[in-house]
Ligand binder design. Structure first.
Ligand SMILES: [Zn+2]
Length: 375
């Protein structure tokens, strides 16, 4: 028998929604949720489709689920074993773009909620936050919904982000934080000249080298709270004209910094500038992603207990991986746990998921919703 989660996942995958397209997915979700008492608020922004679906509950507290209906591009269609938007189910595997990331996860949450409402189980208030701008720029997606909820004072008490967090089995990993990302371009200014006449020039490489050595030596602090230590890598260095007898007038270094929540964007800028003290440098800093961390406590305990009840797995509270939309909610002070399907084929040709994973995740989500409480 085909589970409700599988049926919904198939319908969502068949809507072709490469980022930032939604392709009617959020209308489809509304048609499912409206009969269950959910009200949809559209928070569209610059052509991006964003929806907040809210259902007032019988119990205290507001639990949100956040996700995205956009998917990454398919890559060469002819390389797919099954067409990426046909959602073929074969040998208990669902094939298609978005199966793991993350139409499958959305389908599990919808199936859990539909089941609970059908059984008339008393529930906390529920929110579903869905964007079509997660895989792209993420400038008009979840962040706009968070701004809206802040203005309306409707932020949830906690949020499950349905990104595929698991590696081997559903439930083996949740993400409770992510490192932040800062990128910097440092342009060292000197004066170009002939290498036979160094007194008339100012070598930008000679200025840059000791500064970069100091930057590489910065001790940012130790690993802590489940996070690795902050790392600053000099990933590019460009200088010189190609001629052997020209002293370069400029030199440019590119830094990629992955930081844990013990450091901040401001501190990173200050310490890099200190390392270059006395040199003529132009700085460009880009705060690509803010670090966040949900501390151990009631919410993470509820999530982990549900996982253990359903799967017998003691889950790993991880902080790895790239960036996610969880950061926007965490920045607003909402406890965040990312919990979804396995991620073995995400963003790949032949993305797929085992159908039993959908059943397991639906059961976990159901258990979390029924055990949710606020302190
Ligand atoms: Zn995703």
């Amino acid at each position: 028998m085909t589970s409700l989660a599988l049926q919904i996942a198939v319908k969502l995958i068949r809507r072709q929604s490469p980022t930032p397209e939604d392709a009617g997915c959020q209308n489809m979700i509304e048609s499912m949720l409206a009969p269950l008492g959910f009200v949809r608020t559209a928070v569209d922004s610059n052509g991006i489709t964003n929806s907040i679906y809210t259902r007032q509950g019988e119990l205290a507290g507001m639990l949100a689920f956040a996700g995205h209906t956009d998917v990454v591009p398919t890559g060469p269609i002819e390389s797919w074993e099954h067409p990426p938007f046909e959602a073929v189910v074969k040998d208990n595997i669902l094939h298609g773009r978005g199966a793991q990331d993350m139409k499958g996860g959305i389908a599990c949450w919808l199936a859990a909620v539909a089941q609970l409402c059908a059984e008339q189980t008393p529930l906390p208030s529920l929110q579903l936050l869905i964007t079509s701008d997660e895989e792209g720029e993420s400038t008009d997606g979840t962040i706009r919904m968070v701004e809206y909820m802040q203005a309306q004072h409707t932020l949830p008490d906690a949020v499950i982000v349905g990104e595929p967090s698991c590696s081997e089995k559903v439930g083996d990993t949740i993400r409770r934080g992510r490192r932040g990302v800062v990128q910097a371009t440092l342009t060292f200014n000197g004066k170009q000249g002939h290498s036979a006449y160094p007194q008339d020039a100012d070598n930008a490489i000679h200025a840059a080298a000791p500064c970069l050595a100091k930057i590489a030596e910065i001790h940012w602090g130790d690993a802590s709270d489940g996070f690795p230590a902050t790392s600053c890598q000099i990933t590019n260095f460009n200088a010189g004209t190609g001629a052997s007898n020209v002293i370069p007038g400029t030199a440019q270094a590119f830094l990629d910094i992955r930081y844990n929540p013990n450091n901040s964007f401001e501190e990173i800028q200050t310490r890099i500038k200190q390392a270059c003290d006395g040199c003529d440098v132009d700085y460009e800093f880009d705060h690509v992603a803010t670090a966040f961390s949900t501390p151990d406590g009631l919410f993470l305990d509820i999530v982990c207990a549900s996982i253990e009840r359903i799967t017998d797995i003691r889950t790993n509270r991880d902080t790895g991986g790239g960036t996610s939309d969880g950061r926007f909610l965490a920045a607003a002070g909402v406890p965040v746990a990312e919990l979804g399907l396995t991620n073995s084929t995400i963003h790949q040709v032949n993305e797929c998921v085992a159908t039993h994973e959908l059943d397991t995740l639906t059961a976990i989500y159901t258990d979390i919703i029924t055990h949710f409480e606020v302190s």
